[in-house]
Write a protein that binds this ligand. Structure first.
Ligand code: DX5
Ligand code: ZN
Length: 218
């Protein structure tokens, strides 16, 4: 019996056949579909915008978890909701009024999450932990798929798990970057609830089977 969640990230999917890739995820044990939005400013890469999200929404049977790696996300919260986001993650490093941003995401009917870069200390999130559906601990520097897991993340995950217990928050812990068949069990043990998985799924010979393997441990 497994309680953790698997969110495939389409960053390394085949964009010429995106509909097939999403239908593959529909037919898998995945829980949500993770979409990486990059602006070429906050991170050194660009991905896709609202028209693509809207089209993905028409095909995806899984709710959409939208990870914003963009500066000044406040300008677009409603537009992401309208495009189809069910869960919305903003980066701590991009929000000077984070508490307000989180309230607005929730008021728009989405589940709010906050992400921290590898250099950002988890204790900074303590004042808002109770308002969050999820905390995303970046386990690579955001911007690209297929990077290696940063080892310093273990300590952050354990600290965050303690903070969540102490504050009585319901926030889930999500990790994103470098998740593999080799490290998923130990990450779960350390307290992770939600796994974003890009390369491990989309470069697998049988992605549906890989999602099932990652979901159904033991
Ligand atoms: C990186 C993205 C990730 C990425 C993870 O900036 O946020 O969602 O797709 O990819 P893998 O699993 O390949 O490290
Ligand atoms: Zn992501």
């Amino acid at each position: 019996m497994s309680h953790h969640l698997i969110f495939p990230s389409i960053l390394t999917a085949d964009f010429l056949h995106l509909e097939q890739e999403i239908k593959m995820v529909n037919g898998s044990d995945a829980d949500l579909l993770h979409l990486d939005i990059m602006d070429g400013v906050f991170v050194p890469n660009l991905t896709f915008g609202f028209p693509v999200i809207r089209q993905i929404k028409t095909v995806s049977e899984k709710p959409l978890d939208v990870h914003l790696m963009i500066v000044d996300p406040d300008r677009y919260l409603e537009a992401y909701r309208d495009a189809g986001a069910d869960w919305l993650t903003v980066h701590y490093e991009t929000c000077p009024h984070l508490h307000r941003t989180i309230q607005q995401i929730a008021e728009l009917g989405m589940k709010p999450a906050v992400s921290i870069n590898p250099h950002t200390e988890v204790s900074l999130l303590e004042p808002i932990l109770k308002d969050l559906n999820m905390v995303l601990v970046m386990t690579v520097n955001p911007g690209f798929g297929g990077q290696s897991f940063i080892e310093g993340s273990w300590e952050k995950i354990r600290k965050l798990r303690e903070m969540i217990t102490q504050t009585g928050s319901d926030a889930m812990i999500q990790v994103d970057g470098g998740v593999t068949e080799e490290n998923i069990d130990a990450l779960k043990e350390a307290g992770v609830d939600v796994f974003v998985v890009g390369n491990t799924v989309f470069s697998a010979k049988d992605p549906v089977q890989m999602i099932s393997k990652l979901k159904n441990r033991n």
